[in-house]
Write a protein of this length. Sequence first.
Length: 256
Amino acid sequence: MRLKNKIALITAAASGMGRAGALLFAKEGAKVVAVDIDSGGAEAVAQEVTGAGGEAIAVAADLTKDAEAKRIVHAAVDGFGGLDVVWNHVGHPGPGRIEGVDMADYELAMDLNIRSVMVTTAEALPALRARGGGSVLFTASIAGLAGSPFSPIYSAAKYGVVGLMQSMACRYAPENIRMNAVCPAPIDTPMLNVFLQRPDTQTNREENRARMMQAIPLGRVGRPEEVAAAALFLCSEEASFITGVALPVDGGYVAK
Ligand SMILES: NC(=O)c1ccc[n+]([C@@H]2O[C@H](COP(=O)([O-])OP(=O)(O)OC[C@H]3O[C@@H](n4cnc5c(N)ncnc54)[C@H](O)[C@@H]3O)[C@@H](O)[C@H]2O)c1
């Protein structure tokens, strides 16, 4: 078991990659704290974990609020007695264009993609230190490694996530706290539909999906479990000499 006796907090854990991560991390021995604004969804994931013989608790939180982004850390420490792994998976697509941009949507994207993950990480540092180190993972995107014509604010935010992660990786390495990011290409989750409906009013969802797949050398979108597997590796001791890495999980997209 690759996370035996580790306590792992995962945000946006009720759906998609976060849910896949919660199930996989628990299967690998972690006690999982599943955080989501969707309390019923988070509870369902925690029950799925316990039903399979693992350990998990659900924590409902709106991570746009600083107090909630901090509270989840204490829920983990109070619930399981410490913290070893934080997967800051929460994010938001933001506006599809800068012309006529809805500033409330801009702020939501910046708040959820950058502010909330920074607040949670800062709050988690004392708990990680208390265990002699730990691992913090961020979910960026291929849009955090290359421009994204129909998601400019999202791209700016995810580049920001990568910069934040690399800066903190350098800063906290002496304390044995590793920081890395996964950078997924399109992955089959509810959020993918937001991206597929965007490109322009002339193309429909299926055309957009076909175009997206053409841009990926492996010729398909990814599965949540494939990102969870990369997340598990980066959070485990197998990656003990890896910090500051933004790992594409993208079917070859950024290699093209
Ligand atoms: N799906 C993709 O194609 C894709 C690609 C690259 C990166 N990402 C990134 O992956 C992450 C999530 O994506 P997913 O595809 O697994 O999503 P998803 O749509 O399956 O799930 C998103 C989850 O976030 C939760 N959430 C939304 N707002 C929240 C808030 N304010 N507080 C707490 N939880 C909240 C939702 O309730 C939901 O359970 C984001 O960071 C996103 O930017 C997604």
